[in-house]
Design a protein around this ligand. Structure first.
Ligand code: 4AD
Ligand code: MG
Length: 436
């Protein structure tokens, strides 16, 4: 007999079905017993009557524990009291894998468990519908990101995660023993994505792990996260890059509303995308912050507090959860960002913030070899010597280009308005967590 998913049982009233899943709950009223079985589609009630159910089946209830895997064959029938108006009257119950008791984590959502023990037993945590929903949404976001880039003519690439060079200031490298050499885990695909724009692919994107040896114990930082990176050639300026980012989010919102309405409502989330994401220069952002008593110097970055307050201002003023801040001080950006003509202290770069959390950083890149070499030198890097393979891509025809790095984990965190980033990644890595 073919398997029927729990969610399809209501359409099979009056028919014999086979359901397969985990025991969500057991209710024993003596002559009347219930098993609530869950599978990836939902839950279904199995009802055992002392008089009507075959004795071996009725008696097998005693040996069933929560979270055990059962195969149940029985008749689907209408029931006033059962969820979705349907129950199964079993003719056979097979205990395929018996769960030990007690289960180290409540999966019903009735008992609140702290995040740390949920992560310790993550595979059990996902048997809770709300946790499961996070990963359904995350998987869909992954798909919609690919869909969008594909529709815009971007080519998906995979670049090495074992590498010798890092370019992101502030982000520390994890050192790896590579036979008799020293290697590092990639802190971004920056060098490579620029390389393949110059190669002639023109538009590339990658969704892949990014490693950062940052000892930050915050609710937004991981040491291993999933980066969404893209790079595009023949741009006018950084606004073209922001347009791509904006289009990406518009697409993700539209498609999530189409395909994940059930999961979003489990998290009480309504996704409405603004008509246009406001774009403020850093100078304008700092002026708005000044009105709220936050004073930042010309060359200073926005700190976490400033980002939160700016988010409130933007929400009130523009009715948008998103904001692009652009023209960052060059002093707080990596050497490969381009400077506007005659403005040596500014970079043609931007951050996208969503409810006060930095979601993305992007820029137009410096593609003129001599200028880049000088900028690297100012940062203490000898481009030709320290980064020869990178230097090479600017020597043989490199178009003006720009791109962005986004964090998939932070996107899902913001989508669902979840406090801690660790909740949206299956098995988070941070300075204290390396297992399971
Ligand atoms: O801002 P970041 O460091 O920028 C880059 O890596 C550049 N290559 C981007 C570019 O193309 N110019 O990282 C990009 C994004 C951040 O905006 C954030 O969403 C995410 O990656 N991110 C992290 N997510 C989780 N944990 C961390 N430790 C993160 N660090 C960055
Ligand atoms: Mg950044």
């Amino acid at each position: 007999m073919n398997r029927t998913f729990a969610s399809d049982v209501p359409q099979k009233k009056g028919m014999e079905v086979l359901v397969q899943g985990w025991v969500h709950d057991l209710r024993d009223f003596g002559g009347l017993k219930f098993i609530i079985l869950k599978d990836r589609s939902g839950k279904i009630q199995i009802t055992l009557h002392k008089e009507k159910t075959p004795k071996v089946v009725f008696d097998s209830f005693e040996g069933i524990s929560k979270e055990s895997v059962l195969y149940v064959v029985g008749k689907a029938q209408k029931s006033e009291k059962a969820q979705k108006g349907v129950e199964i009257i079993p003719s056979s119950i097979e205990i395929v894998s018996k769960a030990q008791a007690p289960v180290p984590l409540d999966t019903s959502g009735k008992i609140e468990s702290d995040l740390s023990s949920r992560l310790d037993h993550r595979f059990l945590d996902l048997r809770n519908r709300k946790s499961f929903a996070i990963f359904k949404i995350r998987g869909k976001v992954f798909k919609f990101v690919s869909e969008y880039f594909d529709s815009q003519g971007f080519i998906n690439i995979n670049t090495p995660k074992l590498t010798t060079i890092g370019v992101e200031t502030g982000a520390e490298l994890f050192e790896v023993k590579y036979f008799d050499k020293k290697a590092y885990l990639a802190q971004s695909p920056q060098v490579y994505k620029q390389m393949f724009v110059a190669a002639g692919l023109e538009r590339v994107y990658e969704i892949a792990p990014v490693y950062r040896a940052e000892k930050s114990r915050t609710s937004q930082h991981l040491t291993e996260f999933t980066g969404i990176d893209f790079e595009q050639g023949f741009i006018k300026d950084e606004h073209d890059v922001m347009d791509t980012v904006e289009g990406l989010f518009r697409h993700i919102f539209k498609r999530l509303n189409e395909e994940c309405s059930e999961e979003l409502s489990l998290w009480n989330r309504k996704l409405v995308f603004p008509k246009k994401i406001p774009r403020l220069t850093m100078k304008e952002a700092k002026e708005l912050l000044k009105e709220k008593g936050i004073i930042l110097g010309e060359d200073e970055d926005l700190n976490l507090e400033a980002e939160k307050i700016l988010a409130q201002i933007i929400k009130e003023k523009y009715k948008s959860e998103f904001v692009f801040v652009y023209r960052y001080p060059f002093a707080v950006r990596p050497f490969y960002h381009m400077k506007p003509a005659n403005e040596p202290n500014i970079s043609m770069s931007f951050d996208l913030m969503w409810n006060g959390i930095e979601i993305a950083t992007g820029s137009q890149r410096e593609h003129r070899y001599e200028v880049l070499k000088a900028q690297a030198k100012d940062a203490g890097i000898n481009l030709d010597k320290d980064m020869a393979p990178y230097a090479e891509i600017f020597k043989y025809g490199c178009p003006p280009h720009g791109g962005t790095g986004l964090g998939l984990d932070r996107i899902v965190q913001s989508l669902l308005d979840i406090e801690n980033i660790r909740e949206v990644i299956l098995l988070p890595r941070d300075p204290d967590r390396l297992s399971p």
